[in-house]
Design a protein around this ligand. Structure first.
Ligand code: NMX
Ligand code: MLT
Length: 435
């Protein structure tokens, strides 16, 4: 059964579940909302639905019901690879099923056909100042490709229908997913490697070809596979996934939606934190410990100075998680195997000991433990990607796996335009009994 046939079957079943919930149980209460949630970033309000992934505060992410160790163990791998095919993760997120090797190869072939980056995107990127942040180049490249949207063409032709709208959305999702690694690597080579573009190799899988286009030898192919798989999704309330869902709810296509999402990912409290971690560690080693691994006392002092200057400790804390992020642990395991003697990894490991008690002692930080961003940059640095302002682009390529799968399902289930209600401060005061 092809991916599209499999999805059609699953969508049919899921539509029945959603329709029943809406028709017969629409009035069942899911949550109540307090003033601190309304003012405080809607934290914890249960107000969205997705089956692609679920984030438990204590356990961490499950992709389609599978924990990270399960995903890394169950998804097919190519012979000799340490990490599974990224294509397998995309298949799992789209369909909810662990793919066979054959399913993976079919999807990989489909993506290979679609990966050519339009020449006008390259021209546009070249015309932009070279000191433009790579996330700006990335988001601009995505929105520039909007003219390729099959969904926009279908809508424009007057074919919009709630039953079929997912089909051109799937086409767009496959097109965009195929092109993002090429776009990312193109930006990297243009900006940091003197415009020395390395063409895609049609014989390689997504992770392998990304390493090839970046110009980085093994085991960077496995690093890329691990990185994209781990960053794929974090349920739907995170800033990037939520932004994409919100924009798409206006029937905007995936190019508009995903480029908007990348604006959110580029914020330092979200995806940019991975760049901030490396920048912060470099500053520490350069200014405080003479280029060497600092002592624990030097590290503590630096953490305290950062906090005293009003900044957050990048890579620590989370809006939902209340334990160490399992994505941090998966990358730590990789680092323990491959970069045990790396001095920056030594600092990252010391931070894991030093930071949590200091953050806990502040009495206000709800989660003093590291998140995914505390560990990802050091691995990139170790393999030669030392231009840390590029790290969020890598996050953006990975995050597309889950977000694009969600957008296909948003269309399939005909989710409504998102439009929550706002209130005024006067109203909050009145409900609080202040007036
Ligand atoms: N360092 C210092 N203070 C922190 C930290 C931190 N790492 N994390 C939270 N706090 C503070 C936070 O600023 C807030 O202070 P105030 O009341 O003075 O405004 C207080 O603790 C309570 O915040 P929480 O409820 O614990 O966290 P919230 O849900 O609001 O924010 C983050 C979550 C992730 C934005 C926050 O923990 C943070 O800023 N972390 C550092 C940046 C980071 O690593 N972001 C990446 C997140 C993962 N990702 O990839 O997106
Ligand atoms: C993510 O991966 O999106 C981050 O951990 C942030 C979040 O979940 O809010």
């Amino acid at each position: 059964m092809s991916l599209k046939e499999k999805l059609a079957e699953k969508i049919e079943q899921q539509r029945l579940r959603t329709a029943k919930l809406l028709k017969e149980y629409g009035d069942v209460k899911v949550d109540e909302v307090t003033i601190s949630q309304v003012v405080g970033g809607m934290r914890g309000i249960k107000s969205m639905v997705t089956d692609i992934s679920y984030l438990d505060p204590e356990e961490g992410i499950r992709f389609r019901g599978y924990t990270i160790p399960e995903v890394l163990e169950k998804l097919p791998k190519m012979p000799g690879a340490e990490m599974p095919y990224v294509e397998g993760q995309f298949y799992l997120l789209l369909t909810g099923e662990i793919p066979t090797e054959e399913d993976v190869q079919e999807l990989a072939e489909e993506l290979k056909k679609r990966k050519a980056l339009p020449e006008y995107v390259k021209d546009m990127l070249r015309a932009m100042p070279r000191d433009t942040h790579p996330m700006t180049l990335f988001a601009a490249g995505i929105v520039a490709m909007q003219r390729e949207s099959k969904f926009a063409e279908y809508y424009e032709a007057g074919h919009f229908n709630k039953n079929t709208a997912w089909e051109p959305t799937l086409e767009d999702a496959l097109d965009l997913m195929a092109k993002l690694p090429v776009l990312g690597a193109y930006i990297y080579r243009m900006k940091y490697r003197g415009d020395t573009f390395i063409p895609s190799n049609p014989d390689l899988d997504l992770g392998g070809d990304f390493a090839n286009m970046m110009g980085i030898p093994k085991p960077y192919d496995d690093v890329a596979r691990m990185y994209f798989i781990l960053h794929a999704d974090h349920e739907s309330g995170n800033v990037s996934a939520h932004t994409a869902h919100l924009v798409a709810s206006a029937l905007s296509d995936v190019y508009y939606s995903y480029s908007a999402a990348m604006g959110g990912l580029a914020g330092p409290l979200h995806g940019l934190a991975n760049q901030e971690v490396l920048k912060w560690i470099q500053e520490l080693m350069k200014n405080k410990s003479g280029g060497k691994v600092p002592t624990k006392d030097e590290l503590k002092k630096f953490v305290e100075e950062t906090l005293a200057s009003g900044q957050v400790i990048p890579g620590y804390g989370h809006a939902v998680l209340r334990k160490t992020d399992p994505r941090y642990m998966a990358q730590r395991e990789f680092a323990l195997n491959h970069l045990k003697d790396d001095p920056i990894f030594a600092v990252v490991s010391m931070l894991f000991e030093v930071v949590p008690p200091i953050l806990s002692s502040l009495g206000k930080v709800k989660n003093p433990w590291p998140n995914v961003d505390a560990q990802s940059g050091v691995i990139q640095w170790h393999y030669g990607v030392v231009e840390y302002d590029f790290y969020t682009v890598l996050f953006g390529i990975g995050r597309a796996l889950g977000v694009l799968a969600n957008l296909v399902w948003d269309r399939a289930l005909g989710y409504a335009i998102e439009r929550p209600k706002s209130v005024t401060t006067d109203m909050l005061e009145e409900w609080a009994g202040i007036h």
